[in-house]
Design a protein around this ligand. Sequence first.
Ligand SMILES: Cc1cc2nc3c(=O)[nH]c(=O)nc-3n(C[C@H](O)[C@H](O)[C@H](O)COP(=O)(O)O)c2cc1C
Length: 186
Amino acid sequence: MDALTALITRTSQGALTEPAPSADVLNHAFQAALRAPDHRLLRPWRYLVIEGDARQQLGELFLQAGLMDNPELSDVEQQRLLKMPLRAPMIVVAITVTKDDPKVPEVEQILSTGAAVQNFLLAIHAQGFASMWRTGWVTTHAHIQAALGLAAHESIAGFIYLGSAANAPRVPTPLTVSDFVQQWSR
Ligand SMILES: Cc1cc2nc3c(=O)[nH]c(=O)nc-3n(C[C@H](O)[C@H](O)[C@H](O)COP(=O)(O)O)c2cc1C
């Protein structure tokens, strides 16, 4: 797939199944992520790969965190949390590693992580696999952050669910470029 086609055709895929991206595919996607624009080359990102039984362990972690916040969680809700990471054969956790720099505020480092994740998603798509970037309360819960090994200067940019598309790709609503782009001059 050429680069422009990959850029224009990528969509998120909630229904993900086996096979997960191979080691080669994943390595290419991480190479793409590591090419994100990065002010002063701080490299303010790192990634965790969660697959196989580790997804069950992540589900147990989500459940523990959910019960900490609400010990009265219904059985249905408990099962939902437990099974959340089983929605895909592989999950990559994208982490911003905020560096102390006089010229690069944290927001730029988070933007760089966002660019890295987008490079990653596009590289996954270009190689025939599918993905879904997910966040929510699980990204900011202290118990989950600690169990994933985050330090105080780190934050989760997203849980990237990865696999093969179970359904035909969603056809995105076409947007009109001129609704979002204007010429400017004084
Ligand atoms: C930072 C970020 C966090 C997101 N978190 C979620 C999420 O928790 N749940 C969800 O359904 N979609 C989430 N999305 C949106 C989807 O990943 C997806 O981009 C959106 O549904 C639009 O679909 P498309 O990518 O096919 O255009 C998030 C997107 C971004 C950029």
